[in-house]
Design a protein around this ligand. Structure first.
Ligand code: FAD
Ligand code: SIN
Length: 535
């Protein structure tokens, strides 16, 4: 297969970009790849909403910029923050034009929610299922454009660079170039190549590296791992955001149902096992402090009391309003016997969002030529050491748009596709069907356990050292398996997750300070030296 415009991922970043390119180049085909089905994305699960300055009387760009910088704890790139905050509202208007609906009050104005770290109400939302609504609108818009083709169950294995024609590529090699990707058709098990003039990578997050995560199973960090393997630059991977309030269900590990921060924005209060509203002891913003602070406070309360969860108290809230704003949460709680009017909701932190990722510039260009990246897999400099709630959907749309502007400007003269016959087919010589699936499942269990136990909310040097040693062993074993086995999505995902685990641990070891989401008890202070950790 060959295309001018290849898009990896069908979440908010991938689809926003695909729509724009398809409209600008109606005579050319845009090819979108997804590894399962088109709407199984982190995007679909977004609850709280999308932040944007909407109410010009009370709110301002300056306030949104300031809140983002404060949450980012000194490491945001101010020029990027300004771009996202100022261009964001136009991108929101665009998706509204494409059909996304956000909740309105009786007077026709949008209902603006509040979440941790925001000084004003500025979050547009669709009840508590904002992402589902945005994904729906995007897929509907895509369906109206004849020149977009979505290929489901199409697992991208690697990006093709000069390495695949036998050149020795190192981090310092100039002009590493992306010529397309190798894919595994998960239905036929066939490996193919797709040659692309431009590639836009929007492969999402990596929450599945941890034992408990709010992310769906697709979030295995494939994009970051591929770029790292191709010797592209990846940065700030230590900043993993743990959402403070995932629903705690005894005995259930893996995917955790989120209780959106907007519930606290509407007045819910965190309480410990003794019933104490403990957040006042940690921060004057109490329950609406930025996420890193709230998650650490909960972690501490749980450790002190020896419990596995704390509680979110909604009992004082207006039940009708709660049901109107949070119907999905209300139903989920009912389904497991929790009546939010009478019972507190058990919650605990869970891995939620990767603030670092593939290093990109202000037009989403990666360090690899012809390769753009946006959305959760990218590191633009917006989030710094801790992402402000509801800034991620916004960032994804802003940088999908900026990548489009760059491609539109440069296409076709600045891109240099290779004739397809130059690119070798996938070499599967010497591989056999893996006989023991347990080798994969057991390694995955080990990985998740060690990441949660040693590289969680609170870290220290000994834990990181242990994690690093165990990861080395897992890496060795998976590479052996990869060399000798016929590949499968499970095997490739595990390999990618081990790479991502390694990147998180290495970055955490290099950051000899505590900042934002990275808290190391051996270096509890902030270093005056502000730096990105680039691997
Ligand atoms: P995704 O939406 O995750 O899409 C990734 C795509 O890449 C998928 O189509 C997948 O199939 C594809 N893909 C991945 N690997 C491969 C591969 N190897 N081959 C082929 N395809 C591949 N953010 C906010 O701003 N506001 C919120 O309210 C909010 N709430 C959230 C609630 C939850 C429960 C979660 C999990 C996240 C939330 N976030 C929120 C974060 C936000 O939803 C995500 O960061 C954002 O949607 C990511 O979009 P994306 O386009 O980068 O990736
Ligand atoms: C939430 O709704 O609490 C999640 C918002 C986000 O991750 O930005």
């Amino acid at each position: 297969m060959q295309t001018d415009f290849l898009v990896i991922g069908s979440g908010i970043a991938g689809l926003t970009y695909a729509v724009k390119v398809a409209e600008a180049f109606p005579d050319r085909e845009v090819l979108v790849l997804t590894k399962t089905v088109s709407d199984e994305t982190n995007t679909k699960y977004a609850q709280g909403g999308i932040a944007g300055v909407w109410d010009d009387e009370k709110d301002s760009f300056d306030k949104h910029i300031e809140d983002t910088l404060v949450a980012g704890d000194g490491l945001c790139k101010p020029e990027i923050v300004e771009i996202v905050v100022k261009e964001g509202p136009d991108r929101i208007r665009e998706i509204i034009e494409w059909g996304a609906e956000f909740d309105k009050a009786e007077d026709g104005d949008y209902r603006l929610g509040k979440e941790g770290g925001h000084s004003e109400n500025r979050i547009l939302h669709h009840k508590d299922v904002t992402g589902k609504e945005m994904e729906r609108a995007l897929l509907q818009k895509v369906a109206s454009l004849k020149n977009i083709r979505i290929l489901n169950h199409c697992f991208v294995l690697d990006i093709i660079t000069q390495h695949h024609f036998g050149y020795l590529i190192m981090k310092t090699t100039p002009d590493i170039t992306c010529y397309g990707v190798y894919i595994l058709d998960t239905a036929t098990k066939r490996v193919d190549k797709i040659i692309a003039t431009t590639t836009f990578l929007a492969a999402g997050g990596n929450g599945s590296v941890y034992r408990t995560t709010t992310n769906p199973a697709i979030a295995t960090g494939d994009g970051v791992a591929m770029v790292y393997r191709a010797k592209g630059r990846v940065e700030n991977m230590e900043f993993i955001q743990f959402h403070p309030t995932a629903l705690y269900e005894s005995g259930i590990k893996g995917h955790a149902f989120l209780i959106t921060e907007a519930v606290r924005g509407d007045g819910a209060i965190l309480r410990n096992a003794e019933g104490e509203a403990f957040m006042a002891r940690y921060d004057e913003r109490k329950d609406l402090a930025p996420r890193d602070i709230v998650a650490r406070a909960i972690d501490n309360e749980m450790k002190v009391a020896g419990t596995e969860n704390v509680y979110l108290d909604c009992r004082h809230m207006d039940l009708e309003k709660f049901r109107e704003h949070f119907p999905n949460i209300y139903e989920k709680c009912q389904s497991i016997g929790i009546d939010v009017a009478k019972d507190m909701i058990p919650v605990a932190p869970a891995a939620h969002y990767s603030c670092g990722g593939i290093q990109t510039d202000d037009f989403a260009q990666t360090s690899i030529r012809n390769l753009y990246a946006a959305g959760e897999c990218a590191s633009t400099g917006l989030h710094g050491a801790n992402r402000l709630a509801s800034n991620s959907l916004l960032e994804a749309m802003v940088f999908a748009h900026r990548a489009f502007l760059d491609v539109k400007d440069k296409f076709p003269d600045d891109f240099s596709p290779l004739p397809p016959e130059t690119i070798p087919d996938w070499n599967a010589k010497g591989t056999n069907n893996p006989r023991e699936m347990i080798l994969i499942t057991q390694s995955l269990k080990e990985l998740r356990l060690l990441m949660s136990d040693y590289v969680g909310i609170v870290r220290n040097n000994v834990r990181l050292q242990r994690a690093s040693r165990r990861l080395d062993l897992l890496h060795e074993e998976i590479e052996e398996l990869y060399r000798t086995s016929t590949i499968s999505p499970q095997l490739c995902e595990l390999r990618n997750m081990i790479t991502v685990g390694y990147l998180i641990v290495k970055s955490a070891q290099f950051r000899r300070e505590s900042r934002g989401l990275h808290f190391n008890t051996d270096f509890p202070e902030k270093s005056p030296l502000l730096q990105d950790i680039v691997l």
